[in-house]
Design a protein around this ligand. Structure first.
Ligand code: ZN
Length: 184
């Protein structure tokens, strides 16, 4: 199966910031995407390609463009990488956004389970999103899509669970395991 990994945000508007290192979602998730691509070699039957969103001065055009590219590549599933942030530093946990389609739900269930195993954070569950923030990432492409928010970059717990290379690698692996669970 072909798994498209979409790095959330873009080089110009990089999203939320980790409270420890100051790394943005865009920067940190570009590193995570590279780890997913590297580790895909251990997964027979999964081919990964990383896609970056391009700033087009229009959110809807930007999202149409990137999912047009995952479609053109022939993605069987896509996963967009983010992390959460909140003004309340007590907000913590892992969540996965799904379009609610059967295949997207199966992928989201698997991703949520695998990320909880990898990071050990609070289970905020899967959220069906059809309108508003995040929905374009879930419905623009032909392939079943999910959007992951593995942790809060504003939370001490979230940061502690993701600040070492082996933790990041485990998170990268959880995305691949989820694809394997849901699609192979
Ligand atoms: Zn984001």
């Amino acid at each position: 199966m072909k798994l498209g990994i979409v790095v959330g945000h873009n080089a110009r508007a990089q999203g939320a910031v980790r409270a420890d290192t100051g790394e943005t979602e865009f920067y940190w998730n570009a590193r995570l995407a590279e780890m997913i691509e590297d580790q895909a070699r251990d997964f027979l039957g999964i081919t990964v390609k990383v896609f970056f969103r391009k700033d087009m001065r229009s959110y809807s055009r930007e999202l149409k463009d990137v999912y047009r590219r995952t479609d053109a590549w022939g993605a069987d599933a896509t996963c967009e990488l983010h992390f959460n942030s909140h003004h309340n530093p007590a907000a913590t946990g892992t969540e996965t956004l799904t379009s609610g389609s059967k295949a997207s739900m199966a992928f989201a269930d698997a991703a949520q389970d695998r990320m909880l195993d990898a990071l050990g954070l609070k289970d905020r569950g899967e959220k069906i999103v059809r309108v508003g923030r995040g929905s374009a990432s879930l419905i623009n492409g032909r392939a079943p899509a999910i959007l992951i928010e593995p942790y809060f970059g504003s939370s001490r717990k979230g940061l502690a669970a993701t600040d070492e290379v082996h933790e990041m690698r485990a998170l990268a692996r959880s995305v691949l395991l989820a694809a394997q669970d849901a699609f192979l």
